[in-house]
Design a protein around this ligand. Structure first.
Ligand code: CTP
Length: 390
């Protein structure tokens, strides 16, 4: 959705500058045009050659390069649809907030009349300095989009707020600003993780699902402006609504409360097909018997039930197979009645369960099949959302 958009990236001097190399690739993969302007200090952290090779454009650093009889910073402002200053140092933020234009980057920002995203990254002390906070607030009031830094391990060795936010968030914010109408405020429910079926107070039956795929979809949907409800068996802390559940029945109950008002539901959870019949409220004691029998009874098929009662919702199922992926997926999408089915091969240990990578096929109810090559779950999440939004 960023195809043919002109994105100008401004890089300032901070260690997070190296992360912007990947951001440039993300924009290029989306077929956007990218140009980069840097402060002199940024050159201590990334090279001009790297940025030129990735953006496939010359990189601006010096103030007075006059090309085609156009003053360089004015040429940039004419060309770009949006400017993204990342990482934005305390120094550059303060200059921008005070209208100082003493290098190519700050001059370009000063003359820029289209949307500007500023992505700060700095040491916690600098970020929390009231002068910097005041400057950030001033920029927010002036309609600059500021993506706050994250809390975590910083290059200076400290742990605190100041780390550059995820490139995915910068990418999705750019997309949201340039394509405002495409991102309706829709509600999406995503389930994640393997359900836990108790045997007694200390033992349970579950599966190897890590919940990473569902979480990646939830993060991606949130970044794209969806109202997200994540129903997961894993403990997570997120800026959107999360409901932690244990068993398949808990999951079904939580979904039922949210389903009516939802536009999309993605069942990425690995739901146990069976639960223990007559689970014990007390710890089961060892007996003299060499074998014991655990009787299991069927759980509801949450996905199938949702498909039977759906009104406006687009419903996406997942399908984990260890053999005959395509054949089983085709049967499953028909049997469940969902709009899309994302199938992955769990026999491979380089993708799927517990891995950060996946390779999936997306089947749609009208017979289309889309194969997504092995990629990070965050990338796969984006493609899944793109597919279901179409
Ligand atoms: N699912 C569900 N309720 C269940 C079992 C599965 O909602 N009781 C959902 C899963 O969340 C997933 C889809 O159905 O979106 C397919 O799950 P999968 O485990 O691949 O298939 P099953 O229906 O359980 O069939 P089988 O285990 O025989 O492959």
């Amino acid at each position: 959705m960023l195809k043919d958009k002109n994105i100008l990236i401004g890089i300032t001097g901070g260690i997070a500058a190296y992360k912007i190399c990947e951001l440039i690739r993300m924009y290029k993969r989306a077929e956007a045009n990218v140009k980069v302007v840097c402060t002199q200090n940024a050159m201590n952290f990334v090279t001009k050659t790297t940025l030129q090779s990735l953006s496939q454009n010359d990189v601006g650093i010096e103030h007075f390069n006059i090309d085609d009889f156009k003053i360089e910073h004015i040429a940039y402002t004419d060309w770009a649809d949006i400017m993204v200053v990342a990482p934005a140092s305390a120094n550059t933020i303060s200059k921008i907030a005070n209208g100082i234009a003493d290098n190519l980057l700050t001059s370009t920002v000063c003359a820029f009349r289209k949307p500007i995203i500023i992505v700060p990254a700095m040491n916690t002390g600098m970020w929390e300095n009231p002068i910097i906070q005041e400057n950030v607030e001033k920029l927010k009031k002036l309609n600059y989009t500021i993506i706050d830094p994250e809390t975590g391990f910083l290059a200076c060795g400290a742990n605190g707020k100041g780390r550059l936010c995820d490139n995915d968030l910068i990418f999705d914010t750019t997309d949201k600003i340039l394509n405002p109408k495409l991102k309706k405020k829709s509600k999406i429910i995503i389930t994640a993780g393997g359900t836990i079926e108790d045997i007694d107070p200390v033992r349970y039956i579950s599966n190897y699902s890590s919940g990473k795929m569902g979480l990646a979809i939830a993060d991606c949907a949130y970044n794209q402006g969806f109202e997200v409800v994540l129903i997961t068996t894993k403990e997570v802390e997120k800026p959107y609504k999360t409901i932690q559940v244990k068993s398949a029945l808990d999951m079904q109950q939580a979904i039922d409360k949210e389903f009516k008002t939802a536009n999309y539901i993605v069942m990425a959870a690995a739901v146990a097909d069976y639960k223990v019949k007559n689970k014990s409220t007390q710890k089961l004691k060892k007996t003299s018997a060499d074998e014991i029998t655990l009787t299991l009874t069927k759980n509801p098929d949450i996905l199938k039930n949702l498909c039977n009662k759906k009104t406006k919702q687009t419903i996406v199922g997942f399908c984990a197979e260890s053999e005959n992926l395509e054949k089983n997926a085709l049967q499953k999408i028909k049997n469940k009645g969902c709009d899309y089915l994302v199938a992955n091969d769990i026999s491979r240990n380089d993708i799927g369960f517990n891995s950060d990578y996946n390779e999936v096929m997306i089947f749609s109810k009208n017979g289309n099949v889309k194969k997504l090559q092995k990629a990070k779950k965050t990338e796969i999440a984006k493609s899944i959302l793109d597919t279901i939004l179409k």
